[in-house]
Design a protein around this ligand. Structure first.
Ligand code: CA
Length: 227
């Protein structure tokens, strides 16, 4: 499996290269948009990890240009949270998935595997449980076809629960992976509980089947049916 990593920060690029090579992927690194575009138009790859903020032509321009050329290689966009919010509509032009920096390498690997598995000509990526659906690119969430309006944080929380459905997720895990708070002295438990409660009202209210469950003393679980 050949992976193109497009990342201008040398440290990040090297870390990605080492990690992916450790998993026996062949890795090519490009540090500019121009270089990346030349590569993808001349060599085949199984997946592309694309940083959005690049010197010269940025990631989004490259992505658009690639898709216009008919190149369907799956693309995982790597981006800072603020950049993502600015550009989420732009991502509609052809990203298959995205990961917000900073991310855990294990999470990146899982996404890369899914991307490669999904292969060429992939549809817009979506997560689902029962009649709950989430489109990761348009950021639309529906339950039974009815649109649910979520804040950015609620969306991220629900996305995390959907990606880990059937697993118990602790408050500590949510603080680390969704809130990205690792250096706090006071726990985020109350904040998390408030968000879970709001999410529940939006997702589960007036539904016969609840999806978001509390696992007493441990955390939460998104699951079809009682956990
Ligand atoms: Ca960058």
């Amino acid at each position: 499996m050949r992976i193109l990593v497009v990342e201008d920060e040398l440290k990040v690029a090297n870390a990605l290269r080492e990690g992916l090579e450790g998993e026996r992927y062949d890795v090519v690194v490009e540090r500019t948009g121009e270089g990346a575009f030349f590569r993808v138009t001349t060599e085949p790859f199984d997946a592309i990890l694309l940083d959005l903020t690049l010197p010269g032509r940025d990631g989004l321009e490259i992505l658009k240009a690639m898709r216009e050329r008919g190149i369907k290689t799956p693309v995982l966009v790597l981006t800072a949270r603020d950049t993502l919010q600015d550009r989420v509509r732009g991502l509609d032009t052809g990203a298959d998935d995205y990961l917000i920096k900073p991310f855990a390498f294990a999470e990146l690997l899982a996404r890369v595997r899914a991307l490669v598995r999904r292969g060429r000509g992939a549809e817009s990526p979506r997560l689902a449980a029962a009649d709950l659906e989430m489109n990761l690119i348009t950021r639309k969430v529906t339950r039974g076809g009815r649109a649910i309006d979520l804040t950015v944080r609620e969306f991220e929380l629900l996305e995390y629960l959907l990606r880990h459905q059937g697993q118990v997720v602790s408050r500590e895990t949510l603080a680390r992976d969704v809130w990205k708070e690792t250096a706090r002295t006071t726990p985020l438990d109350n904040v998390i509980d408030v968000h879970i409660a709001r999410l529940r009202r939006k997702v589960d209210a007036e539904q016969s089947a609840r999806l978001i469950h509390t696992v007493r003393g441990v955390g939460f679980m998104l699951h079809e049916g009682e956990p």
